[in-house]
Design a protein around this ligand. Structure first.
Ligand SMILES: Nc1ncnc2c1ncn2[C@@H]1O[C@H](COP(=O)(O)OP(=O)(O)OP(=O)(O)O)[C@@H](O)[C@H]1O
Ligand SMILES: [Mg+2]
Length: 279
C-alpha cells in the first residue's frame, strides 16, 4: 500500500521535509536551552560550595562562639540554596514526561527563577513577583517551563541597563483560565515589528549576547506553538521606551466528573428528568 507520508518516488515531499526540519529545530532549541541551564547551574553550585568551604574554614580557625555561630548560619543558608538549585534541576528532569498533568504554575515559576536568578542580578534586573492563589492548570510542565525561560530571557535582553521584571499570576473564575504575565521595563517593541515577533527566525538581535543567548529567532515561535498545543493563548502588549508584557493564558485543570450510569426510569412510569452531572 502506498505510504501517504511519501511522494510517489518514495521520498518525503518538500513540505514533509520542512515539517521534519522544524521538529528537529525545536528539539535542538530544547537541547540548547538545557545546555545553557547546565552551565548556569554548575556555575551557581560552585559559588555555593565556595561559600560553604570558606565559612567552614573560618569556623575552624576561630573558636569563639559568635564567629562559629555566624559561620554555621552562613553554611546553612548556602546549603539551603544548593538544595533549591538541585531541586530545580531535578524538577526539570522530573517534568520530562511529555504528558498533560495538573500543574502548579507557582512551582514552575519559582524553579525557573532559581535558574535565572544570578543572571538577573548580573544584569541588574530586579524581579518582582505577584502571585495570587490560582488553581492548577492542565499543562506539560517541562514545556511551560521552557516558555517561561524564553520569555524571561527575552525580557532580560530588552533591559540592557537593568530594570524590573514583573511576574504575575492571576485567575479569572469566569473564563476558567489562569494568566501568567511576564512584564519588563525594557525597550519595548516597535508597532511595525509586533506582528512579526512570533514568526520563526524573526530576530532583531545581532547574535548571541555575552551570556551566549538570543539571536536565532525561534524563542517566541516555539513559545507560541507550545501555548497553542495547550489550548491556551499568548498575548503581547508593548510600549516603546516603557516595556513589554507577555501573558500566557492556560486552561485550569478540570477534575474528571464522577461517571454515574443512571438507569432509564421511564419504564417505571416516572416522568423522565434531565440528568445533570453533579460536581
Ligand atoms: N521582551 C521583549 N522586549 C523587546 N523585544 C522583544 C521582547 N521579546 C521579544 N522581542 C523581540 O522579538 C524578537 C523575536 O524574539 P525571539 O525570542 O523569538 O527571538 P530572539 O530572542 O531574537 O532569539 P532566540 O531564538 O535565541 O530567543 C526579538 O529578536 C526581539 O526583537
Ligand atoms: Mg529569545
Amino acid at each position: 500500500m502506498a505510504d501517504n507520508t511519501m511522494t510517489q518516488n518514495g521520498k518525503p515531499s518538500p513540505e514533509q521535509q520542512i515539517e521534519l526540519l522544524e521538529k528537529q529545530l525545536i528539539q535542538a532549541q530544547r537541547m540548547a536551552a538545557l545546555g545553557e541551564l547546565v552551565g548556569t547551574t554548575t556555575h551557581e553550585f560552585n559559588n555555593v560550595l565556595m561559600t560553604i568551604l570558606n565559612y567552614a574554614k573560618l569556623g575552624l580557625r576561630h573558636k569563639d562562639e559568635p564567629t562559629r555561630d555566624k559561620a554555621l548560619t552562613k553554611i546553612l543558608s548556602a546549603a539551603q540554596r544548593a538544595e533549591k538549585i538541585t531541586n530545580s534541576v531535578l524538577g526539570l528532569a522530573r517534568n520530562r514526561k511529555e504528558e498533560f498533568a495538573p500543574t502548579e504554575l507557582v512551582k514552575l515559576v519559582e524553579e525557573s527563577l532559581v535558574l535565572l536568578e544570578r543572571e538577573m542580578q548580573k544584569y541588574r534586573v530586579v524581579v518582582v513577583c505577584e502571585f495570587a492563589e490560582v488553581p492548577q492548570v492542565r499543562a506539560i510542565g517541562n514545556q511551560i517551563q521552557q516558555v517561561l525561560l524564553n520569555l524571561m530571557t527575552n525580557a532580560r535582553q530588552a533591559m540592557p541597563n537593568g530594570g524590573e521584571l514583573l511576574l504575575r499570576l492571576s485567575h479569572d473564575p469566569t473564563t476558567g483560565m489562569v494568566d501568567l504575565m511576564v512584564r519588563d521595563s525594557g525597550t519595548g517593541i516597535p508597532q511595525d515589528q509586533l506582528p512579526k515577533i512570533f514568526d520563526r527566525f524573526f530576530s532583531t538581535k545581532d547574535g548571541p549576547d555575552a551570556s551566549g543567548k538570543g539571536g536565532t529567532g525561534v524563542g517566541l515561535s516555539t513559545c507560541k506553538d507550545i501555548v497553542d498545543a495547550h489550548q491556551g493563548r499568548l498575548r503581547v502588549e508593548s510600549t516603546i521606551g516603557r516595556g513589554t508584557a507577555f501573558t500566557v493564558r492556560l486552561p485550569v485543570h478540570q477534575q474528571a466528573a464522577p461517571t454515574t450510569t443512571v438507569a432509564p426510569i421511564t419504564e417505571l412510569g416516572i416522568p423522565t428528568q434531565t440528568a445533570k452531572a453533579v460536581k
